[in-house]
Design a protein around this ligand. Structure first.
Ligand code: HEM
Ligand code: SF4
Length: 758
């Protein structure tokens, strides 16, 4: 039995040995072993899926090998010729890899590695997501261990990027340099990410959990209102001293039924951030829905209980928590992520708004709170940049700053601390790499989810539509009017709202509509959303429009707004004042579907050549099925047992017996978790609890062998692991395997009993 099968993986493993954080390296080794076991058919599909999702590896869809790059549909060469899109993709078909960037932060060194990985393992495109992650598509599962190691060596993890876990912790990309912030939220977001990564209290969620930080209440960068937990920076004066804390929100979320987060506490002092959040996680894990995925976000628990009961339960839990000295360690080094300018500010050049440079300064440059320095937004069409652009951008970051860039929820990248005197040179450098378009934070800066290009749940081509809208809008005079220019469009391929269409001025999500014997790609029009005030309002669906009529719809709505707005009325207020019915009536002709004979074009989605169908929609695996803590623990026991056998084969008997005993304890602990979630790692405690819950009750008794398998564990504890003969070592290996098999049997029986009781 060889430990690894992939030569390149072996090489990277050796080369990066000692360069990765030890616990991350160990996790990746474990994942690689699971991958081998899966290939040998020794791990169930469902269990492996949960594992890979927790490392950010999604299954994806293939649109016949096509992907829209924002300008046109590109053919993607991927080596698995027979694999098709849709529900029937095989488990090891190339998929999507989500890479977590807490608060969107990236150093040039990390950007170089991201560029290399996109080039070597993906389609040479780095995609910025609406939660500040980077995603790569068409990544082979075989390559993931190397990809993880190369990222870990530069301080990036994909752990808990997907799956039922705490996802990327996002934060306003202006944190630290914004005029309106209470204080810089960066170190808080970073500390929260680090403290909870892999924490035992976040391993038993029924769904994902998303957290966002914002420096202020008013602006649209942090979007705390649409998060499971949102923290808005606040200060207050107590006994003459200014103290820091957070306005703390819970239970927000988009998805099919969006909900704005509820105020949990007006001021949570900074020292309470970690313990309160831990208590919140424990309540969610304990009382949140597990079986029905559609009701498993914390927003449903907040809704069912009401915020008062929810708060009461969390605070009760908080009071019971054993203090952890690591909770507030980060407060001692709060300034370690502070950025400094690389150069003197210099003199800001004149920027005539009629020149391309002037237009770029107007939309893409924000003067920082620190006089003489600027945040520059690098506008990325549809959130994409090529490997070469990423690498060149890394050089630009090195040239002009002391070394950080951040991704944004609008799928762009910002460079901070750009001196006034360097703006012209920076513009010239960005222009050379085709990244100097002047559309940041405008109606042309459209957010789109992956949609039918790569997402199994997509109904309509969100990227195709967004690409088309961008091109057409950029050519229209109307976008030079300030009121129109400031509007935002967001397009999702289905109701799940991955593009965050609910908070856009004009939001769209894909739906199909039948016309005779055909299905026509449509989008629902969602109006009334608001990005300001941290995503302060969710819009509502108004009417469905065929995909091919959406560009005309956007132009008509923009004109209606221009003509009908009173004073500086916002688009949201204008729509509310006009009324849903009037808006719908004004679009009635655009909502009509021409017959197939009249216009076949309506029956083909944007960027596609084939006729539209919804029969290729697959099963989503945004978070995977819920796998219990016991299932997960038993899987780890299997892996540890496998590793002990590898050591045994190599002839190190003592080490093998130690590892096999560890695997038995892991299996016992996994079972105990179903009765006592707080079970520690202490062998004595595990064995006592196992005895109490599983032996004294008879639950562990095998129908044929009675209590025999449990005795193996007790004997192993009695004997210890020293001075064991070769024979006994061999028996111990067998007994350990039998014990773990019996633990699986016990788990299956418990599952069947549970089902019968329902
Ligand atoms: C394989 C592809 C994907 C699947 C199957 C998927 C699935 C889902 C589902 C079911 C939701 C529903 C709502 C919920 O959270 O309860 C959701 C929400 C969301 N997804 Fe995705 N997603 C995919 C890819 C993406 C990508 C690529 C992005 C980023 C560009 C993304 C960003 C989001 C965001 C921002 C939300 C909603 C906001 C929230 O409630 O927090 N998703 N996704
Ligand atoms: S909105 Fe729908 S189509 Fe778009 S990424 Fe999310 S699940 Fe996929």
């Amino acid at each position: 039995m060889s430990e690894t099968k992939n030569e390149s993986s072996d090489i990277w493993k050796k080369q990066l040995d000692g360069k990765m954080p030890t616990d991350w390296a160990k996790d990746i080794d474990g994942f690689e072993t699971e991958l081998h076991l899966k290939k040998q058919g020794k791990i169930e599909e469902k269990v492996f899926a949960e594992s890979r999702l927790r490392y950010g590896a999604y299954g994806q869809r293939y649109d016949n090998g096509l992907r829209h790059d924002g300008k046109s549909q590109q053919k993607i060469p991927f080596p698995c010729g027979t694999m098709t899109k849709g529900p029937n993709t095989v488990w090891d078909a190339p998929g999507m890899e989500r890479i977590k960037l807490p608060y969107g932060g990236m150093t040039p060194e990390q950007m170089d590695v991201l560029a290399d990985l996109a080039e070597e393992y993906s389609d040479a495109i780095c995609h910025v997501t609406t939660r500040q992650d980077i995603q790569l598509h068409y990544v082979h599962i075989e390559d993931t261990p190397s990809l993880f190691r190369r990222l870990a060596a530069v301080g990036i993890t994909t752990k808990e990027a997907c799956g039922n876990s705490v996802r990327n912790v996002t934060a306003c990309p202006l944190a630290g340099v914004c005029h309106d912030q209470s204080f810089d939220v960066t170190p808080y977001a970073d500390a929260l990410f680090r403290y909870f990564l892999g924490h035992p209290d976040i391993q038993d969620f029924g769904r994902k959990f998303k957290i966002a930080f914002s420096g202020c209440s008013d602006h649209p960068c942090g979007l705390t209102s649409m998060h499971d937990m949102g923290a808005v920076a606040k200060t207050k004066v107590v006994n003459g001293k200014t103290i820091r804390g957070f306005e703390y929100y819970v239970g927000g979320g988009l998805g099919a039924v969006p909900q704005l987060a509820k105020l949990f506490d007006e001021f949570v002092p900074e020292e309470e951030l970690m313990p309160l959040t831990q208590a919140l996680f424990r309540i969610f894990a304990r009382y949140g829905e597990k079986k029905n995925r559609n009701r498993a976000r914390v927003k449903f628990l907040v809704r069912d209980w009401g915020i008062d009961k929810f708060r009461e339960e969390v605070l009760k839990e908080r009071a019971l928590l054993k203090p952890d000295p690591r909770w507030n360690e980060f407060l001692k080094t709060l300034n370690h992520l502070d950025e400094k300018p690389a150069k003197e500010a210099g003199v800001r050049p004149a920027a005539d708004a009629s020149t391309p440079f002037g237009q770029w300064v107007k939309s893409n440059v924000y003067a920082q709170a620190q006089k003489g320095y600027n945040v520059v937004t690098v506008y990325l069409p549809l959130g994409d940049l090529t490997s070469n652009q990423m690498r060149d951008l890394a050089s630009i970051v090195r040239k002009y700053t002391t070394g950080t860039a951040r991704t944004t929820v609008e799928q762009n990248i910002v460079l901070r601390w750009i001196p006034d005197g360097d703006l012209q040179n920076l513009y010239n450098d960005l222009k050379k790499i085709d990244l100097a378009e002047p559309h940041a934070a405008t109606i042309v800066d459209i957010t789109a989810c992956p949609g039918t290009d790569t997402c199994k749940l997509g109904t309509s081509a969100s990227r195709g539509l967004a690409g088309e809208l961008m091109t057409r809008l950029a050519e229209q005079q109307i976008i030079h009017n300030e009121a129109i220019r400031n509007l935002r469009i967001k397009v999702s391929g289905c109701f799940n709202s991955c593009s965050q269409h609910h908070i856009a001025d004009m939001g769209f999500y894909g739906v199909g509509r039948k016309a005779g014997n055909h299905v026509v790609p449509h989008f629902q029009l969602v109006l009334g959303g608001q990005m300001q005030k941290n995503g302060g309002a969710n819009g509502l669906a108004i009417t469905t429009i065929p995909s091919k009529a959406i560009p005309a719809t956007v132009t008509r709505l923009a004109n209606m707004y221009l003509e009908g707005r009173s004073g500086d009325e916002s688009f949201k207020s204008f729509i509310e004042r006009t009324g849903k019915i009037a808006v719908k009536n004004a679009l009635i002709d655009l909502a009509q579907i021409p017959s197939y004979e009249e216009n076949k074009d309506y029956y083909v989605d944007w960027g596609n050549v084939r006729e539209f169908t919804t029969s290729d929609i697959g099963v989503g695996e945004c978070a995977g099925e819920v796998v219990s803590l016991t299932d997960m623990g038993l899987k780890v026991a299997d892996r540890e047992m496998f590793e002990s056998q590898v050591v045994y084969e190599k002839g190190d008997l003592n080490k093998a017996v130690v590892a096999a005993y560890g695997a038995m304890l892991r299996a016992a602990q996994a079972l105990v978790k179903s009765k006592n979630i707080d079970i520690s790692e202490n062998p004595e405690e595990i064995i006592n609890e196992f005895n109490k819950y599983f032996c004294e009750t008879g639950i562990f008794y095998d129908p044929f062998m009675g209590n025999q398998f449990a005795k193996y564990l007790f004997k192993a504890q009695e004997e210890g692991v020293d001075n064991i003969s070769a024979d006994r070592a061999h028996q111990r290996m067998e007994e350990a395997q039998l014990f773990i098999d019996a633990a699986h049997g016990c788990n299956i029986r418990m599952g069947m009993q549970q089902q019968a009781a329902q």
